[in-house]
Design a protein around this ligand. Sequence first.
Ligand code: SF4
Length: 117
Amino acid sequence: MLKEIICTVCPMGCNISVEGEGENIASIKGYNCNRGIEYGKNEFAHPVRILTTTVKAADDNILLPVRSSKPIPKELIMECMSEIKKVRVAGKVKRYEVIIQNICGSDADIVATGSLE
Ligand code: SF4
């Protein structure tokens, strides 16, 4: 399998081509530094993303911005979004307060990036 990846580690945005199967990488091309090699390998074998979204307050008209405390495996993102959609926050919420602990067993928490008074 060949995967074309844009490296997002720095603004150069190198186009990295990674070829392999599963976690076995046969070749990697297009990087301009060692950080790109690492990024390309991880993105090929085990892509992760910081999840950024909103949760609803008890009053449906208010949205609280949240994000994951660490990158989440890409294959868990949709499941995490389903869990987040079920949540309604009530009362005061401080910035960086944990809204959901260990979401979907990912070891990441969903934390507020804004506050509610
Ligand atoms: S490969 Fe290196 S130079 Fe290219 S975008 Fe990634 S970090 Fe930047």
